[in-house]
Design a protein around this ligand. Structure first.
Ligand SMILES: C[S@@+](CC[C@H](N)C(=O)[O-])C[C@H]1O[C@@H](n2cnc3c(N)ncnc32)[C@H](O)[C@@H]1O
Length: 405
């Protein structure tokens, strides 16, 4: 019996490489519909184990008792290049990189094909040694960040956990992804001194630049990773109203904020499109980390790959537009809005800014953020992007603006 985390691992990897695995299995099995879903699943798993993890036919036979060795041999020696010869370039790319054709169609207008492939490869986990970022949380003890940080680093060294400091965000440490489990089991993580946070997510708060005197609305806040960094950056002193539509996610946030000793957040389980009227023209800063297609987060959420389509995109775009309208009502004149999405699509970033540009004054972003896409040959001030292949982060759009008086 396999342990549940191993089952989840293989489930995720089969979903991640669905196009490629499905093509290999279906090409090798004469009448796939007649052998039933359980058998097909076994062949998908066997193909993954043999072609991605170099398992032998005998390893598979030991794991899955009544599996046909002849089929396994065919699967193992399958030549993708030969079998893809009569497909067009888009079909080949979709199968070889296991990427939905919608993403190919949609993104090749804003990035060249090599850059597109590099980003997809990164999100397929195919880089040699992927690292993840963990954030030091100093809200538990009355010590300076420097003091807590050196205590934590000493403890990591003692446990032989390799890390390196991030060059842009002082709270972040990079560790090899292979050491993630060591961190999860470590008491520093369990007691809320460390929390996993993608650098792109931390960059959003870096760009927000909260101050202790600010009244801040984090409109789409759960599970509260960015909210907690806002609290940390202001030593629990600013006022944060954190809105979240889903009750379960609001509860998750409550739990996380408690674990990290965040003390300055009021959680509002609400639809942030219809905030109470008394909050209009109220906030100094608004973070709108909007719900989106998640097309930039496929490394962590491979199942989202196969939800990428036109209606999913426009469902999110419509929601984001209403949330931006609401943000502009809630913000004080001259207040600052940071808008972000973990998406590659210009519709979930640049196009929104163009639509609302008459109400917004662009503000500068740090130099290490990449420029956003040019739309009709023009760049859009106040906006930038992070890319997996450039920054080793999720794909993110970030914009920072002042509301016009
Ligand atoms: C991208 S996630 C936010 C991640 C969060 N900022 C963080 O760093 O942990 C977007 C969140 O918005 C919530 N959401 C979606 N529609 C909403 C709405 N109309 N009002 C408030 N929250 C909403 C989703 O349930 C989801 O939790």
């Amino acid at each position: 019996m396999r342990k549940s985390y191993t089952v989840i691992h293989y489930y995720n990897e089969i979903v991640r490489f669905w196009n490629k695995l499905n093509f290999i299995v279906k090409t090798n099995i004469k009448d796939p519909d007649s052998i039933g879903i359980d058998k097909i699943s076994e062949y998908l798993y066997a193909t993954y184990r043999m072609l991605w993890e170099n398992a032998s036919e005998n390893d598979i036979i030991n794991e899955l008792k009544d599996i046909d060795k002849k089929v396994l041999i065919k699967l193992k020696s399958f030549s993708l290049n030969k079998n893809l010869a009569n497909k067009n370039e888009k079909e080949k790319l979709s199968i070889l990189e296991s990427v939905p054709s919608f993403m190919i169609d949609h993104l090749l207008s804003v990035m060249n094909i090599d850059f597109f492939k590099k980003n997809i490869k990164f999100m397929n986990g195919l880089e040699n040694e992927i690292e993840v970022t963990v954030r030091i949380n100093n809200l538990h003890e009355n010590l300076s960040f420097k003091e807590i940080s050196s205590k934590i680093k000493e403890s990591l060294e003692y446990k032989k956990i390799v890390y390196r400091e991030d060059s842009d965000i002082p709270e972040l440490l990079w560790i090899p992804r292979s050491q993630k489990n060591k961190i999860i089991k470590n008491s520093l993580y369990q007691n809320g001194y460390l929390i996993f946070q993608d650098k792109a997510s931390a960059a959003v708060v870096e760009i927000l630049s909260p101050r202790q005197e600010d009244v801040i609305c984090d409109m789409c806040a759960a599970p509260g990773i960015k909210t907690s960094l806002i609290a940390q950056r202001t030593d629990n002193k600013c006022h944060i109203l954190a809105g979240e539509f889903l009750t379960e996610r609001a509860n998750l946030m409550r739990f996380l904020l408690k674990k990290l000793n965040v003390l300055n957040v009021h959680i509002l389980n609400t639809d942030s499109i219809i905030f109470p009227i008394r909050f209009q023209n109220y906030f100094d800063l608004i973070l709108l980390d909007a719900p989106c297609t998640g097309s930039g987060s496929l490394l962590n959420n491979p199942e989202l790959k196969w939800r990428q389509n036109k209606s999913f995109l426009y469902q999110n775009v419509t929601l984001q537009k209403k949330l931006i309208e609401s943000a502009l009502k809630l913000l004080k004149p001259n207040g600052v809005l940071v808008f972000s999405t973990c998406s590659f699509y210009p519709e979930e970033g640049e196009y929104h800014i163009l639509e609302f540009k008459d109400n917004l004054i662009p503000l500068n972003l740090p130099k290490w953020i990449s420029p956003s896409y040019k739309i009709n040959g023009s760049s859009i001030p106040g906006t930038g992007r992070l890319f997996p292949s450039v920054h080793q982060t999720q794909g993110f759009f970030i914009g920072k603006f002042k509301k016009k008086e």
